[in-house]
Design a protein around this ligand. Structure first.
Ligand code: UD1
Length: 422
């Protein structure tokens, strides 16, 4: 298996282009299942998760062509041949469960493997199931698969989510576009990826209002048509690379960056002594004089501080002046990067959903292991600031969510290379 070799060093300067959002693309792709006409996505990120979703859609009979070096995805679900999302694909990526709502709405039936737990938590699907049942679906669990059918079609309903789940909101919203009558999702997730999905569905003819607020109203229509849609900027990739000059010093411009995507995160950066300014092309980030200051962080659904930036923020806090407490409120087991950062000399004490980090002057390079997607990039950030060499193994996690990470970071002066397994 490949690894990434990082040699810690001086400040970073230059520009980093930010890709389209992985998490938006992974919900926009299944939207193709809702229509017989083609759906084309532009600004798609080049990631292994996108390849996994491509394989899943193809296994259902959809045509998916990757054009322009993977940045354009041309899809057609004119002739679907299967309604079964197989365990072999679903177990690789939880977001595979986003085919459930669209298939049910278009075909009246869907069989989707339960994804199982993952490294960061159990991640059940009860909210997806309750929401689709409220729309009239009959769902039972057999042999590890959810068997869903809607023999009489789906019917609009008022659905109150007990937690603002991103995936459940997406699945229910997609299913409701073709349901009879009006659906209201209360306590819906407000993430930018939800708004992006709603924008795309509207281009396909769906009637949706209120996305970006806790109440989303969907008026069902008989059919959806084709569309072309540009995937929104990846706010997690953006936040990750904003932390690179924060941790190493220097000044980096993030091309395509938007402050509205990372508001709560920017407030914490400001409190830590990091300067963020808007430019014509995106956001510019630099560190004010001296060491970064410790700040406390609590992860929350959007517009709060994103759980997907918690590991990277912890890397920054490892070298901050003072003690910070990071509280993880979205996933129950999302501190696996802490012991790896400790191997690099960080002082971290994890107790339940809290991690107390006491900053040290300088981290020291070490061999470390990526445990999940965001943890892997936090180790790279830490390595950039550390003395000596850091080798991050199990980089397949990284390939799921960061395109051209070596090219992007070496473009601003980082000493980073991919070491191919012989
Ligand atoms: C999405 C993102 C992921 C991000 C997460 C939270 C994608 C592909 N992934 O994941 O990167 O970290 O949002 O911002 O967009 N839950 C239940 N029952 C359910 C559904 C969720 O208990 O039916 C719980 C989960 O276990 C978790 C929490 O709700 O603890 C948040 O999950 P959710 O918002 O659904 O995240 P995902 O859509 O899986």
């Amino acid at each position: 298996m490949d690894s990434i070799l990082v040699t810690g060093g001086g400040p970073l300067n230059g520009q980093i282009p930010i890709a389209g959002a992985k998490n938006a693309c992974l919900t926009l792709m299944p939207a193709t299942l809702l229509s017989e006409e083609p759906l084309t996505l532009t600004n798609a990120p080049r990631l292994s998760d996108i390849k996994t979703m491509t394989l899943l859609l193809q296994s259902l009979g959809a045509e998916v062509s990757s054009l322009q070096d993977g940045q354009v995805l041309a899809m057609s679900s004119h002739d679907l041949t299967s309604h079964v999302a197989d365990y072999d694909i679903v177990r690789k990526m939880r977001a595979s469960n986003l085919v459930l709502g669209p298939m049910l709405a278009r075909l009246g039936q869907a069989v989707v493997s339960l994804p199982g737990g993952c490294a960061i938590g159990a991640r059940p699907m009860d909210l997806h199931i309750h929401g689709l049942e409220a729309l009239g679906a009959e769902i039972e669990l057999k042999d590890g698969y959810l068997h869903a059918k809607a023999p009489k079609g789906l019917k609009g309903a008022v659905i109150k989510l007990s937690f603002a789940s991103v995936g459940a909101t997406e699945n229910i919203m997609m299913a409701a576009t073709l349901a009879k009558g009006t659906t209201v999702i209360k306590n819906a997730a407000r993430e930018p990826e939800i708004v992006d999905l709603a924008d795309c569905l509207r281009k396909m003819g769906a009637q949706i209002e209120g996305d970006g607020s806790p109440d989303i109203t969907i008026q069902g229509v008989d059919r959806l048509h084709g569309a072309t849609h540009q995937v929104v900027t990846d706010r997690i990739e953006l936040g990750t690379y904003m932390l690179a000059p924060a941790i190493c010093g220097g000044e980096v411009e993030l091309l395509g960056g938007r402050i509205d995507l990372v508001g709560a995160f920017c407030e914490k950066l400001d409190a830590a002594g990091i300067q963020v300014t808007e430019t014509d092309k995106g956001l510019k980030v630099s560190r004010r004089n001296g060491r970064v200051k410790a700040v406390d962080v609590v992860t929350e659904p959007f517009p709060g501080f994103p759980t997907d930036l918690q590991a990277q923020m912890m890397a920054l806090m490892c070298t901050a002046e003072g003690t910070s407490v990071l509280e993880e409120k979205i996933f129950e087991n999302r501190f696996m990067h802490a012991p790896e950062l400790t191997r690099m000399g960080a002082r971290i004490d994890v107790h339940g959903g809290h991690a107390t980090v006491t900053g040290v002057e300088r981290l020291k390079g070490a061999p470390v292991m990526a445990t999940d997607l965001r943890a892997s990039v936090s180790l790279i950030l830490a390595g950039l600031a550390a003395e000596g060499e850091t080798v991050v193994s199990r980089v397949y996690h990284l390939d799921r969510g960061y395109e051209h990470v070596v090219r992007k970071l070496s473009g601003v002066g980082a000493r980073i290379e991919r070491v191919r397994d012989q």
